[in-house]
Design a binder for this molecule. Structure first.
Ligand code: FAD
Length: 408
């Protein structure tokens, strides 16, 4: 790619920031422009549902780099919403009528909250948690709240529930599925987290979908669920998943299927446009299918992969997926991708709050879910990067040294 032509990145979140930084690290000297529609410096989202919400981390801990970094690395930040792509003229169109020429465009637009599709959703006291602005509003709302209802027992819902309990609120979590974290972990791990949250004093209601929100004077007072109950609520946090931001790509005629479709090098069908992160569906060697992942690792590693290609070192994206979630004193780490029917093999005792669940598909290791057991997780990252020969019997046997596998 010509060095005097510019790279324009849409979305100044985790992946967009990383791409700009990696381009400079890898020696790109042409113009780099980072376009984002959120105010302020690029920041990381994970603390929003953890330390930042709890008041244990401030804004400086959220920001990925201080302002000077962008000036020092000649990264131009543009605070604006991109509203269109003119592929023929290679122009990114911004809200307000301005446009930016690009030699290469990268879509790092992330995802947005799925709104709760029930009557009463517009009531005061109903919150979401994706952005810093939403975290600030939620924090302020929590200050006066007693009965907190969380809709959705996914990662965001459960992390928030743990913080709200620690802050002394009464917390009820309503989940339509039969178990928490159902899309992400084994039934064994779900059962552990269900018990752990109950032990924290949270009421967890499974099989309880929300049918409506009731209120008085424009503010929420209760949540009606399919369990036939009206759960009292003066604050509701909705965490029912996200929708990828694919509209720019779709309107520009690029393929979209649960994400902006890219190839193994993370390029769209237009060689001048790449895409990464939460917004992207890519061919995953680990899933053996197209996958769209929502994790820091995925956004960061995909950014590095694109930066390498744009600086002349094209590689196929095949990083091992990993993820973490902090809920009270429990650190859950997941490495690999498992299917819903994968076998689950326990290593260690859940009662000790330090154990792992190894997942196997036809006796092939696919993923490891660990609680407070970082060594299993770190080893898993190395194992799953190759062809792990671990058997389910070895995984279950605590006397078997996992490290010995690295020498096989
Ligand atoms: C509360 C919370 C906690 C999380 N905790 C964890 C965790 O513990 N571990 C983990 O691995 N992951 C966690 N995640 C997920 C992780 O933060 C995301 O996977 C990651 O941020 C994805 O990076 P991204 O660059 O694809 O998208 P984002 O970081 O969401 O960035 C996308 C940016 O693009 C902007 N944008 C979108 N459209 C446009 C447009 N048209 N014009 C201009 N700008 C636009 C958006 O406003 C946004 O700023 C968490 C997420 C949240 C919300």
């Amino acid at each position: 790619m010509s060095e005097d032509a510019g790279i324009v990145i849409v979305g100044a979140g985790q992946g967009g920031f990383q791409l700009a930084a990696s381009l400079r690290e890898m020696g790109f000297t042409g113009p780099v422009t980072l376009v984002g529609d959120e105010p302020g410096l690029p920041y990381q989202r994970p603390p929003l549902s953890k330390a930042y919400l709890k008041g244990e981390a401030g804004i400086e801990q959220l920001e990925l780099r201080p302002a000077a970094f962008y000036a020092d690395h000649a990264i131009t930040r543009v605070e604006a919403r991109a509203v269109g792509i003119d592929r023929e003229e290679r122009l990114l169109l911004l809200e307000g009528g301005a446009s930016l020429p690009y030699a290469h465009l990268v879509l790092a637009t992330g995802a947005r909250n799925r709104p709760l599709p029930v009557p009463g959703r517009e009531l005061g006291g109903v919150f979401y948690l994706r952005t810093r602005a939403e975290a600030d509003a939620l924090k302020a709302g929590l200050a006066g709240a007693r009965h907190v209802v969380v809709v959705g027992a996914g990662f965001i819902g459960l992390e928030f529930a743990a913080v709200a309990r620690a802050l002394g609120h009464e917390v009820t979590v309503l989940e339509a599925a039969a178990r928490p974290l159902a899309r992400a972990v084994s039934p064994q791990m779900s059962a552990f987290f269900a018990e752990a949250h109950e032990a924290m004093g949270t009421k967890l209601r499974l099989g309880a979908g929300v049918v409506g929100l009731g209120g008085e004077g424009g503010r929420v007072t209760h949540v009606e669920a399919t369990d036939g109950q009206a759960h009292p609520a003066d604050l509701v946090l909705v965490g029912i998943g996200v929708t990828p931001n694919v509209e720019l790509a779709a309107e520009a005629g690029l393929e979209v299927a649960n994400g902006i479709v890219v190839d193994e090098e993370l390029s769209t069908a237009d060689p001048d446009i790449s895409a990464l992160g939460d917004a992207v569906a890519y061919p995953s060697v680990h899933a053996g299918a197209m996958a769209r992942l929502e994790s820091v690792q995925n956004a960061v590693d995909q950014a590095r992969c694109i930066a390498a290609r744009l600086t002349g070192k094209a590689v196929h994206y095949c990083a091992v997926p990993w993820f973490w979630s902090d809920q009270a004193d429990l650190k859950l780490q997941i490495v690999g991708l498992s299917g819903p029917t994968d076998m689950a093999v326990l290593r260690g005792d859940p009662a000790s709050r330090r154990f792992s669940v190894f997942r196997f598909h036809e006796r092939r290791l696919t993923a490891i879910e660990s609680v407070n057991r970082a060594a299993d997780h770190m080893l898993g990252r190395r194992l799953l990067a190759g062809r792990p020969s671990l058997t389910p019997e070895e995984a279950a046997d605590e006397s078997f040294e996992l490290k010995s596998l690295l020498a096989r």
